[in-house]
Design a protein around this ligand. Structure first.
Ligand SMILES: C[S@@+](CC[C@H](N)C(=O)[O-])C[C@H]1O[C@@H](n2cnc3c(N)ncnc32)[C@H](O)[C@@H]1O
Length: 332
């Protein structure tokens, strides 16, 4: 690897923080309707003129803004992904990353101790943190398009009831229900996450309310509330250790009717645990905040087959933009 690439990665925190700061200040929203000169932009944000110009120049150098004779303007990418009102806004995910700045600063502690640097409670203790977390998941999945792709490719024609276990914002469930009109869906999740799900579903899918149920369920402790024909788990197993995941597969097995489908979507690593690269790096975030890590197909397949499911199949989503795969298995 050459010098420039190593140096750019080692200093990547500066770029990340510039973008996070611009989102927090509402800089992209302030440019949504028209270009603005540096001073005008600073005044609109209530910030220092010289400093705002430095930030706008840096964002221009990164290719996020354009500098035109009439001022700074959004590029197409910035208009799509960085303006809060865009349906593909990644803003909530960027705010979540910004909120984890101090945790990343303690990576060395986590590597030395092997333990997370915050309580691995999935942000349930603080309603504001839970809302930031769940809205971040929604924004990432909508900006990248994971839910739309998954709903178009996962065959749910034989299922009447689908559980989105740890469904969070319900982004996937909404796409599944739109794709499969015969389907009824449920989110089983923790209380603080369900509270946010309720708000998001009321905003985005009032037409689907009759077909969606929300149930409090802690998969680490409880028994499944009801039987289902299919269970979908997106970005769940990576937050748990191996023993909990093995037990989770047994819980899903008990909840599924014979012939029922389990579908697990996650970064699914190769045996070397280094591909996809985004998954290997994401495991560091998981080290900081959870008891988990990303797992390989061999590991997931072992939990699944030991539980009594048929041999699982894996489908990788196209990369780029995606970094994940879906592992499917049927309860015999
Ligand atoms: C990383 S988010 C994934 C959300 C969604 N499935 C997605 O992929 O966008 C993890 C979700 O699992 C839920 N969760 C975590 N631990 C749980 C538990 N013990 N029981 C039920 N749900 C849990 C969280 O509340 C959150 O909604």
């Amino acid at each position: 690897m050459d010098f420039s690439k190593i140096a750019a990665m080692a200093g990547g925190h500066a770029e990340a923080r510039a973008i996070q700061t611009a989102i927090r200040l509402g800089l992209f929203d302030a440019l949504a309707n028209a270009a603005r000169a540096g001073d005008e932009l600073a005044d609109a944000l209530g910030c220092d003129r010289r400093a705002t110009t430095l930030l706008a120049d840096a964002l221009t150098a990164l290719g996020i803004l354009e500098k035109r004779p009439n001022g700074y303007a959004l590029t197409t990418g910035a208009a799509h992904y960085l303006v809060a009102s865009s349906p593909q806004s990644l803003g909530a995910m960027i705010l979540f990353d910004a909120a984890l700045w101090n945790e990343w600063g303690r990576l060395e502690d986590a590597i030395r101790s092997g333990r997370p640097v915050r309580p691995p409670d999935m942000f349930q203790a603080d309603p504001a943190a839970a809302e930031r977390f769940i809205r971040a998941m929604d924004s990432l999945v909508r900006a990248r398009g994971d839910a739309a792709w998954t709903a178009a490719h996962l065959d749910l024609s034989h299922a009447r009831t689908l559980v989105d276990l740890g469904g969070g914002p319900g982004t996937y469930l909404v796409e599944f229900l739109r794709r499969w009109p015969h389907l009824r869906g449920e989110i089983w999740d923790l209380p603080a996450s369900l509270k946010v799900a309720r708000q998001i579903l009321a905003e985005r899918a009032p037409d689907l309310q009759e077909r969606i149920g929300l149930s409090e369920f802690d998969y680490r402790a409880g028994e499944p509330p009801r039987a289902a024909d299919a269970i979908f788990l997106s970005n769940i197993i990576h937050s748990e250790d191996e023993a909990v995941n093995a037990r989770l597969m047994r819980t899903c097995f008990r909840a599924l009717r014979p012939g029922g489908l389990i579908a697990i979507k996650d970064h699914v690593m190769d045996d070397a645990m280094t591909t996809p690269a985004a998954g290997a790096v994401f495991s560091l975030y998981l080290l900081l905040t959870t008891r988990g890590r990303d797992y390989s197909f061999a590991e997931i397949a072992r939990w699944i087959t030991t539980t009594g499911f048929d041999q699982p199949q894996i489908t990788a989503l196209p990369n780029p933009p995606f970094n994940s795969s879906i592992v499917n298995a049927v309860r015999a």
